[in-house]
Design a protein around this ligand. Structure first.
Ligand code: A2P
Length: 276
């Protein structure tokens, strides 16, 4: 088994493959169908989507048409960030199941603690309400693991203090240069597993000369260094691409970044979107 097909174990015993194929910004229809089919064909065992991405239907179709049984593939989807009441959350969850044409979801996350149009808004009461929907369907066996995304330690405190089940996952934007130490430390202390989206810094890391230098040393691409770095940090990484050669390359991770190079990569700081 390749490194990226191996799994981590969540706090409830569920196994999650180390690399998930991200589908953000991959449009529904032939493009998403083709990308997900290519990912599955090339050995990815974990697909990450969201109701808000609008491509669940194509993801579901690619899964159905693949050679794999349901149990072989780990599927994540998310409750839209703006949904903060119980009934609407139930509706959204059932809509995702229907779009994906699945009987259960492996991992279901609250997409964000606040609507994207009002980042930082206090939605504490709403988050508790919708998390109870996640708990309900988790207990019914319709979701195998539950969690959140983009949650800060404060947002997580609210869930832990007011709900029954500690989230099993927090999916955050995490890549070389992005300091997430506070959230990661909090999650470690509460046994909440970290998933890293935008492992290539939305592509901005690819032109970083320092990362390129490390990549040359290992005779791999900059993208591979970025993704392997996250695996060595012990988190799930969610690379995405529409190109088959990149989909294949992003999963070729059977090499080890030496300790001293990991330390060097740790010294790269700041939001890469501001490096231009
Ligand atoms: P494309 O889909 O055209 O291949 P992130 O996952 O951090 O959000 O970055 C995604 C971006 O990086 C996409 O624009 C994707 O473009 C690009 N990308 C993904 N994998 C690679 C790769 N191996 N080499 C170069 N660019 C890549």
């Amino acid at each position: 088994m390749k490194e990226y097909q191996k799994t981590y174990k969540l706090s409830n015993g569920v196994h999650i493959p180390k690399i998930g194929f991200g589908t953000w910004q991959i449009p529904n229809g032939p493009v998403a169908y083709k990308s997900v089919s290519m990912a599955l064909k090339n050995g990815y065992k974990h697909i990450d989507t969201a109701l808000a991405y609008g491509n669940e239907e194509s993801v579901g179709k690619a899964l159905k048409d693949s050679e794999f049984s349901r149990e072989e593939i780990f599927v994540t989807t998310k409750l839209p960030a703006e949904v903060k009441d119980y009934l609407a959350a139930e509706e959204a969850f059932l809509e995702s199941l229907n779009n994906l044409d699945l009987d259960y979801i492996d991992l279901y996350l609250i997409h964000a603690p606040w609507p994207w149009s009002d980042m930082g808004k206090d939605c504490k009461a709403g988050n508790i309400e919708v998390y109870k929907v996640l708990e309900k369907y988790y207990k019914l066996g319709k979701i195998k693991a539950i969690g959140v995304s983009n949650f800060s330690p404060n947002d997580l405190d609210n869930i832990i203090d007011n709900c029954e089940i500690v989230p099993q996952v927090n999916q955050i934007g995490y890549f070389i240069g992005m300091d997430q130490s506070e959230t990661i430390e909090y999650c470690k202390n509460h046994n909440i597993f970290i998933e890293a989206y935008s492992p290539l810094g939305i592509g901005y890391l690819l032109s970083n000369k320092e990362i390129e230098k490390v990549a040359k040393k290992y005779d791999v691409s900059t993208a591979q260094i970025c993704i392997r770095y996250l695996l060595q940090k012990g988190v799930v990484a969610l690379p995405k691409s529409n190109h088959e050669e990149r989909i294949i390359q992003n999963a070729q991770l059977d090499f080890e970044i030496k300790h001293e190079d990991m330390n060097f990569l740790d010294t790269i700081k700041g939001d890469p979107r501001r490096w231009d």
